[in-house]
Design a protein around this ligand. Structure first.
Ligand SMILES: *Cc1c(COP(=O)(O)O)cnc(C)c1O
Length: 503
């Protein structure tokens, strides 16, 4: 078997081979217990199998080590802007309903799955209430997938009305990258409009580009700068008057949930990221779930099936007049949806509003701590409170010292926290996008602000040190260009023992 140290291990070769030695094993099967040879003919059995030979403790150590190389909300502060990394209640993992659900099959007869359908039926009602929409489809597997569904609904809507010339979708330059990607995947031309000096949609620019070719606009409110589009009613009027639709990217509902509703702002289609706002794990912990919601005529275009109820009970309804059809196998990622159901059940209406208030308070408390740090600025509407997140710029620091947003992010890793999102939105140079959810404590937020302050102080005095961070992680700086390309690039592993020395 292959014997390799961590230092030589390749990405494409599981580290478990480090422990592997011929003859080691984690369990023992006696000849009598070995049923395999009874059922599988001898000639079809392999004599050798290329698997690591490891003992039970090797496996435990391997996976424990891997988990230590990773970072998660269960380990510490994780203010990754736009990603809403809130705590995922452990109750959900041990919830008896969810445990049972793991055993059902989507092809089971409806009469045997009435419980789950009832949960989804209720969840839909709640999500409609929160967003001001009429119906929802649970088909999409993620936010971007829901966006594609929404864009296809817009396309079919104009098509059915005979307005085939509507080939453009308007998107602000501060938008999440998935918005233009989804619009072009749906066959539309993306028309970008600039943000104004306040970081909001430039109404005059919108009026200039809107026309009979406009299929609709994709917006998120609060936008990616964490700013609430206060002119949203006017924007909705302008778009609707020209026959366009309003699509709401509701990936980050944490800034408004329980306070204002996209439906009341004039949006026709909304998507939600269950794995962000509604507490089901994402990143390494997924899978996520997107939900696509609609109101008015647009309900007739939702992807099938929808959950409905008649005298016989709950059922999957495929009878949606102009549906764009199915966009996924079976019925969506059900388990994250059930987690959202329990999250909302536990919070109730008041709790939902409380979550939003605390999340917004946390981000604004953080702003108060970092305001005025040398080299750092808060572009756009500097004195207006943010909603779920804030985007800061270290352009000045970069110009004065050569220390970039990337260097700060890498250095934060050594403080034992997760870095923020960097270089997004594109309209802010050297940006750090920071989102404290309701899960973080006052102390965690203070520690984070202190870490940023310390890094910036060091940047002005010993910038070479900052450039070489992180020092205490299992993997150091990687080549950003090569890391974004499929290649045979082998990063150098830092010796694991270094970890823990300082943290
Ligand atoms: C995360 C996010 C998305 C995409 O969601 P996925 O589930 O990652 O596909 C879209 N828009 C915004 C604003 C987001 O934050």
């Amino acid at each position: 078997m292959i014997k390799k140290g961590f230092h030589q291990a390749k990405w494409d070769e599981p580290l478990i081979y480090y422990y592997s030695r011929k003859g080691k094993q984690g369990f023992y099967i006696s000849e009598e217990d070995n049923l395999i040879s009874k059922f599988i003919p001898d000639k079809m059995l392999r004599k050798e199998l290329e698997l690591p030979s490891v003992s039970e403790i090797d496996v435990v150590r391997h996976f424990t080590r891997l988990s230590q190389m990773n970072w998660g909300v269960d380990l510490g502060t994780y203010p990754l802007g736009s990603c809403t990394m809130k705590y995922n209640p452990k109750f959900n993992e041990y919830n008896p309903v969810i445990t049972k659900l793991r055993k059902i099959h989507p092809n089971q007869p409806l009469s045997t799955v009435q419980g789950i359908l009832k949960i989804l039926y209720k969840l839909e009602k709640w999500l409609c209430e929160i967003t001001g929409m009429e119906r929802a489809s649970f088909q999409p597997a993620a936010g971007a997938h829901a966006e594609l569904a929404g864009v296809l609904m817009m396309r079919k809507y104009h098509f059915i009305r005979g307005e085939k010339e509507r080939v453009e979708i308007i998107i602000p330059d501060s938008a999440h990258g998935t918005n233009p990607a989804s619009a072009s995947m749906g066959g539309f031309k993306v028309v970008t409009i600039p943000s104004n000096n306040d970081g909001l949609v430039d109404i005059e620019a919108l009026k200039m580009v809107i026309s009979n070719k406009t299929a609709g606009i994709m917006l998120t409110n609060p936008n990616t700068l964490g700013l609430f589009e206060r002119n949203i009613k006017e924007i909705a009027e302008i778009v609707h008057e020209k026959g366009g639709l309003l699509y709401y990217d509701g990936a980050n509902l944490n800034g408004i949930m329980g306070i204002v509703r996209p439906g009341d702002m004039g949006f026709d289609i909304v998507h939600l990221n269950i794995h962000k706002t509604f507490s089901s794990p994402h990143g390494g912990g997924g899978p996520g779930a997107g939900v696509i919601l609609a109101r008015g005529d647009l309900v007739n275009y939702l992807p099938v099936p929808l959950v409905n109820k008649n005298s016989k009970g709950y059922y999957w309804d495929y009878n949606v007049k102009y549906t764009i059809g199915r966009i996924r196998a079976f019925y969506g990622n059900i388990i994250p949806l059930i987690k959202a159901y329990y999250y909302l059940l536990a919070l109730s209406g008041k709790g939902i509003r409380y979550v939003t208030n605390i999340a917004v308070l946390n981000t604004n408390y953080f702003i108060s701590l970092i305001r005025g740090i040398r080299g750092l600025s808060i572009p756009y509407s500097v004195n207006i409170p943010r909603k779920h997140e804030v985007v800061v710029s270290v352009k000045k620091l970069y110009n004065e010292t050569g220390i970039s947003a990337l260097d700060i992010a890498k250095s934060l890793l050594d403080s034992g926290v997760h870095p923020p999102t960097i270089y997004f939105p594109l309209i802010v140079k050297e940006s750090l996008m920071i989102e404290f959810t309701e899960s973080e404590s006052k102390e965690d937020i203070e520690k984070y602000a202190e870490s940023i302050k310390n890094i910036i102080r060091q940047a002005y005095h010993e910038k070479e040190k900052v450039k070489s961070n992180p020092k205490y992680t299992s993997i150091g700086r990687i080549d950003e260009v090569k890391a974004n390309r499929p290649s045979s690039y082998i990063p150098s592993y830092r010796v694991f023992l270094k970890r823990g020395k300082k943290l």
